[in-house]
Design a protein around this ligand. Structure first.
Ligand code: ADP
Ligand code: GLC
Length: 478
């Protein structure tokens, strides 16, 4: 039996701002329970809905030193879908109405979390063989594990894995302040360790000190070794190439299942989608005040509204995208200029554009189930889960060929009758527009072909089944 503790800053169903939460909350369910005991640890944010917090069971508490202060650490536990979740409690750090705030606050918050997480292990009665860290918020864990906690017998031999979900976010802050906060001595702040470009860098620490480094698709694992995708750490990624690999994400096929989903108007499956899926579209048109027309080509976009997602391309050709024979439904929050851009077009083309500038799990499911196509023209995309959700719901993804999008969407080939979506290569608005128009043409003029694309998409398997096996192999190799 191998014990694994997966540590992250968010996990569904408790707290989610993006795909990391989907991964941390769903992957652990899919391990072979006779061989792996995988548990999860996240902060006990006060913004976790009360329905979950009230069920958490107090385990223990103790105190640690951080940034010249003594801090309370509470540990709570909750079993969810057969997986044990631990929650680190401290309302000074994890209060507030969202998990993240200003970077200087988050830097201290996650130094606390990392130290508290490791300190909690001996009192929990769970000694992991492997600690699986995720993104910069947990980057200090491999550092503390190797350099500090490795002196105690309990910690000896514990291995660590650093999974990069997004290299863009590294947890960078003033070197001197980070020294003070972390209590790590000077020698850790050199350019081969935590220092990068005169600042301290949490993710770099994790990448340097972890025994293995993974990212969430094979293509992204290659891309980040190049300057364009490397976010100034491409040299480090090349240096760590011997321990770096890509394992593509899956999604929770129980949660995202058009046949049983209670959030959508009308259930359907791979066989009935031709007769049933459109009813979701009409229900959504009604709900959002769009023209009710089951035959209208409806494009969906569910996303954090940031540059990563290729929204400047969308903004550039928005008028052409919103042609009369198209409906465009957007769900997302993020940068103000994109929020306002979508609001503007919602006003301008009221009958065919619907901008929903908020966060809603319910609405996201309705969009995945209702639309004909899903637009995701990312500038970079470590994996991307939205396109997998779209495939699952028979909504045809239109993507740029980058990172996980390239690994999961097979471009339609009309001559060979192959493909599950549409894609374009260059980061260029007109290239995107022409591929959208191509998709629209297939939808309107070659409906049988379109339905075959949907059919092939719904048949793909991006459940966790195959990727969980790859993580098992990785755990076993340590
Ligand atoms: P990222 O993690 O970069 O944001 P992913 O595609 O991996 O991108 O995951 C995004 C996840 O967040 C998906 O589950 C998507 O449905 C969800 N999501 C994004 N924005 C919203 C929103 N406004 N409302 C509901 N869900 C959203
Ligand atoms: C990040 C990436 C996204 C990925 C997700 C889960 O947020 O931006 O591409 O799917 O993490 O790994």
């Amino acid at each position: 039996m191998k014990n694994v503790l997966l540590i992250a800053s968010e996990a569904v169903p408790f707290i989610k701002t993006g795909g990391l939460a989907d991964v941390a909350g769903s992957l652990p369910k899919y391990f072979d329970k006779t061989k792996f005991d995988v548990r999860v640890m996240i902060p006990k944010y006060t913004c976790i809905p009360w329905e979950y917090r009230e069920k958490m069971v107090y385990k223990t508490h103790f105190y640690i030193d951080l940034a010249w202060r003594t801090q309370y650490v509470g540990v709570f536990e909750l079993e969810w879908n057969g997986v044990i979740f631990y929650f680190i409690d401290n309302e000074f750090y994890f209060g507030g109405n969202k998990p993240y705030s200003w970077i200087h606050e988050d830097i201290e918050k996650f130094a606390f979390f990392s130290k508290a997480a490791l300190s909690a292990l001996p009192v929990l009665g769970f000694r992991p063989d492997i600690i699986h860290c995720n993104d910069w918020q947990t980057g200090l864990i491999p550092v503390y594990l190797k350099e500090r906690f490795s002196q105690g017998e309990f910690y000896q031999g514990i291995k660590s894995i650093m999974t990069i979900h997004n290299l863009k976010f590294q947890g960078i802050w003033d070197l001197k302040k980070v020294k003070d906060i972390t209590g790590l001595p000077d020698e850790y702040f050199t350019s081969d360790k935590l220092e990068a470009y005169d600042d301290a860098n949490y993710l770099k620490g994790g990448i340097v000190y972890a025994d293995r480094v993974t990212t969430v698709s094979e293509t992204y694992a290659e891309e980040i070794k190049t300057p364009f995708y490397g976010e100034n750490l491409d040299g480090l990624m090349r240096a760590r190439a011997n321990v770096l690999s890509g394992i593509v994400n899956g999604i929770d096929y129980d949660e995202y299942n058009p046949e049983t989903d209670k959030r959508i108007a009308n259930n359907y499956n791979q066989i009935t989608f031709r007769k049933e899926k459109w009813k979701n579209k009409v229900a959504l048109q009604k709900e959002l005040g769009l023209t009710e027309d089951k035959g209208k080509f409806m494009i969906g976009l569910v996303s954090r509204l940031t540059d990563q997602k290729g929204l400047d391309l969308v903004a550039y050709v928005m008028d052409q995208l919103c042609a009369e024979d198209v409906q465009f439904v957007i769900l997302g929050t993020g940068e103000e200029r994109y929020e306002n851009m979508f609001r503007h077009y919602d006003w301008k083309y009221n009958d065919r554009v619907s901008a929903n500038i908020y966060y809603s799990e319910d609405m996201s499911h309705k969009i995945y189930a209702s639309c004909d196509a899903f637009l995701m023209p990312s500038l970079f995309e470590p994996c991307g889960l939205s396109q997998l959700m779209s495939l699952r719901y028979g909504t045809v993804p239109i993507v740029r060929e980058t990172g996980g999008l390239k690994d999961t969407v097979e471009p339609y080939n009309e001559y060979e009758g192959k493909g599950t979506g549409f894609s374009f290569a260059n980061y260029n608005a007109h290239e995107m527009l022409s591929i959208v128009n191509y998709a629209k043409d297939v939808y309107y003029n070659h409906k049988r072909e379109w339905n075959k694309i949907v059919d092939r998409g719904m048949k793909t398997d991006f459940s966790w089944n195959s990727s969980a096996r790859k993580y098992e192999d990785l755990y076993n190799s340590l």
